[in-house]
Ligand binder design. Structure first.
Ligand code: HDE
Length: 693
């Protein structure tokens, strides 16, 4: 008989790693030490496996249940930890703890997301981005769950399931994933004129942000601040990116999606890793009822903005994201953002979209995280309260209860303290959360107020506020999306709505689709010409920043590149705050002019120029001639030009640029002028490189 005792004692695997000083003993979930993590328990070396093998069963059982339902919307997301710092006290306006003192810091956890795609979809579809901030204040968690666009598609929450069903992949065919360019989405939009303003935003460059750090964020709804005296002030929240607003060209976005589906997640991870912490200013628009009454629209209507030119944004804080999560699932996936989670000093308005959200988010966590105890997960704990996480109440039990409450005080009131037992927590009439005692009365009605009836004036305002380059992008995006609509009457209905926005826009889109303009759709109220708001622009707007700070520069080099030139470009980029990425046909060890050999950060095929913000080409004459015959190299340069990026090059690289059709302009420079040129995009080049609507 063979002696199998050695195998049964746990040394039967090829990868033979055992516990030692660096590695603790492996155990089952209930703590039993494991002797063999390589083999199932079998009857004989080649025999059948045995069901009594708890080590195997437990491991596989746990694995089988690793996934939880993904978020019904905003499933694809990336997050980071950081802090909020109050820079201007709002103590006269709100008693919210985090706004009391200049310099006061509050921990935050922020998750950015796309809306329509599944958890595994690409980072860069044309889509709204979620911008959800959890503030761990000393008086509990406040979730400011916003987007990177200041308006929304619909006015009433009851339409949300319809909107999302129409936007997500079509029910019968299961596609498209993370894309609005399809029948059902535009069918819904064309039939819901209130969504026209948001449709303008999603066709704009706002839905193609370069990175998360280059986006604005908005709370969208009108909220309330309340101060100690109980006085209420209406407030709208704005996040302004320190890195400036920056977006991609559509062609570039499509190529980024192919080259790196995790582009924005990777950027967040790497940016934090190298200390380029994403940062935003928090701004507020504060107003009272008299201001609200004086506006040509209703401040309770989430399809409307208050232009910054009408009501300036007051900066009251800054937020820095300086720590990537340790574990994606435990933190990013299990984070539960709930807009109804507010803290003393912050309240709601009657916006019917906001009011519907106050129900939906807790409800969705129950299905997604599976228990009323989701607040006990580390990422969701109210850890800002003094003493760690002392939520105190008489709620008990439920799935996945992590706490072991002592004593009998699971009800209130009780008099147990008088008998020497712990009596549990009690309300705080003075400092506990107080709802603003707004006066309300009215008939019970399912009705939309007349003040919500204007669906086009702000869509027009948006169009007329844009830079000509952005207008061309918007018109072209409509052409692209509507050309993917296969049912003709949907396209016609959408065009009929666009005529109410702006005749020029409608004409350009119709020409791009080679269709006749239909009659404008009827409007309930006249469309007003509002004063344009330049603050809404990205291109040549107040937040377009000419800088290399936090941006990436691809440096294409190859065998024989001049060592001094390569070093000089890298150093100059770093000095200007940029992040150089050297790219070569082979990554291993590239021989330079001085005989030295250097490794490249990335390989030419793997790092298309679409993935960097500016491009330098530093080649020997031989390499330039060789690369001019290499499709990937020609495309690299051609895309850099086509995506309106700066291209710095040495003289020897010229043949490659010529082959790629690069024409001289302010963005095409020698290496000496490159770093300055690399701080921006060249919008004037665009008409030379593509036909836009
Ligand atoms: Fe959401 N939304 N939403 N939404 N939303 C969710 O909650 C919902 C809306 C936003 O990173 C869900 O936890 C309704 C506006 C973000 O985890 C769900 C309505 C704005 C995130 C939900 C809206 C948002 C969500 C899905 C119409 C900007 C991701 C998973 C009344 C102000 C949060 C979840 C994260 C997520 C419902 C409209 C932003 C189903 C009913 C407007 C950033 O509860």
């Amino acid at each position: 008989m063979t002696d199998h005792s050695a195998l049964n004692q746990g040394n039967g695997g090829e990868t033979h790693q055992v516990a030692d000083a660096d590695h603790p003993v492996l155990t089952t979930n209930h703590g039993t030490p494991i002797s063999d993590n390589q083999n199932q328990l079998k009857a004989g070396a080649r025999g059948p496996v045995l069901i009594e093998d708890e080590v195997f069963r437990e491991k596989m059982n746990h694995f089988d249940h690793e996934r939880i339902p993904e978020r019904i919307v905003h499933a694809r997301g990336s997050a980071a930890h950081g802090y909020f710092e109050c820079t201007d006290s709002l103590s006269d306006i709100t008693c919210a703890d985090l706004f009391q003192k200049k310099g006061q810091r509050t921990e935050v956890f922020v998750r950015f997301s796309t809306v329509a795609g599944g958890a595994g979809s690409v980072d860069t579809p044309r889509d709204v981005r979620g911008f959800a901030v959890k503030f761990y204040t000393r008086e509990g968690n406040w979730d400011l769950v916003g987007n990177n666009i200041p308006v929304f598609f619909i006015q009433d929450a009851i339409k949300f399931p319809d909107l999302i069903h129409a936007a997500k992949m079509e029910a019968d065919r299961g596609y498209p994933q993370a894309a609005t360019a399809h029948d059902t989405f535009w069918d819904f939009i064309s039939l819901m004129p209130e969504s026209t303003h948001m449709a303008m935003w999603i066709m704009s460059d706002r839905t193609l942000p370069r990175t998360f750090a280059n986006m604005e964020g908005f709370g969208i709804h009108t909220f309330r601040f309340m101060n100690k005296e109980g006085k209420s002030t209406f407030v709208k929240f704005h996040w302004k990116p320190k890195a400036g607003l920056a977006s991609t060209i559509w062609d570039e976005t499509v190529k980024v999606a192919g080259a790196d589906p995790d582009f924005q997640r990777r950027d967040l991870f790497e940016r934090i890793g190298r200390g380029d912490y994403p940062e935003w200013e928090l701004g507020v628009q504060l107003f009272d009822q008299a201001f609200a009454d004086s506006q040509p629209y209703d401040v309770l209507d989430a399809t409307k903005i208050i232009p910054e030119e009408v009501l300036p944004v007051r900066i009251v804080g800054r937020m820095v994201l300086d720590r990537y999560p340790d574990n994606f699932f435990a933190e990013t996936e299990q984070a539960a953002f709930v807009p109804s989670h507010v803290v003393p000093g912050i309240g709601f308005s009657n916006d019917p979209l906001l009011q519907g959200r106050l129900f939906s988010y807790t409800d969705t966590q129950l299905s997604r995280l599976g228990t009323v105890n989701f607040h006990q997960l580390p990422i969701n704990q109210a850890k800002g309260r003094p003493g760690g996480c002392p939520f105190m109440n008489q709620q008990r039990d439920g799935h996945m209860q992590m706490q072991v409450p002592k004593g009998r005080a699971n009800y209130e009131p009780n008099s147990l303290a008088r008998a020497g037992e712990p009596g549990g927590a009690r309300e705080d009439r003075e400092n506990g959360y107080k709802t603003y005692p707004a006066q309300e009365e009215g008939e019970k009605l399912r009705i939309r107020p007349e003040s919500f009836a204007d669906h086009y004036s702000q869509a027009r305002l948006f169009w007329r506020s844009m830079d000509p380059a952005e207008q061309a992008h918007i018109a072209s995006a409509f052409v692209f999306e509507l050309s993917k609509v296969s049912i003709e009457h949907i396209r016609i209905a959408m065009m009929a709505n666009l005529r109410n926005v702006d005749e020029e826009l409608a004409t350009r889109v119709a020409e791009g689709l080679a269709m006749d303009l239909p009659k404008a759709s009827p409007t309930k109220v006249p469309v007003i010409d509002m004063e344009p708001s330049p603050a809404l622009r990205i291109v040549r707007g107040p937040l377009e920043k000419h800088t290399l700070e936090g941006r990436t520069v691809g440096i294409l080099f190859a065998d024989g590149t001049d060592a001094g030139e390569l070093k000089a470009v890298r150093d100059a980029v770093k000095k200007a705050g940029g992040h150089p990425i050297t790219i070569a046909p082979k990554v291993g060890a590239v021989p330079l002019s001085d005989g030295s050999r250097v490794k490249a950060d990335a390989q030419l095929f793997g790092q298309p120029s679409a993935t960097v913000d500016a491009c330098a080409v530093v080649l020997s004459a031989e390499a330039a001639a060789k690369l001019a015959k290499e499709g990937a190299a020609v495309q690299w340069v051609m895309d850099a030009f086509g995506h309106l990026k700066a291209i710095g090059h040495n003289a020897a690289a010229k043949p490659l640029l010529d082959k790629a059709g690069v024409e001289a302009d302010a963005g095409v420079t020698d290496l000496a002028g490159f770093v300055d040129a690399a701080k921006r995009r060249y919008w004037d080049r665009e008409p030379k490189v593509r036909t836009l609507a």
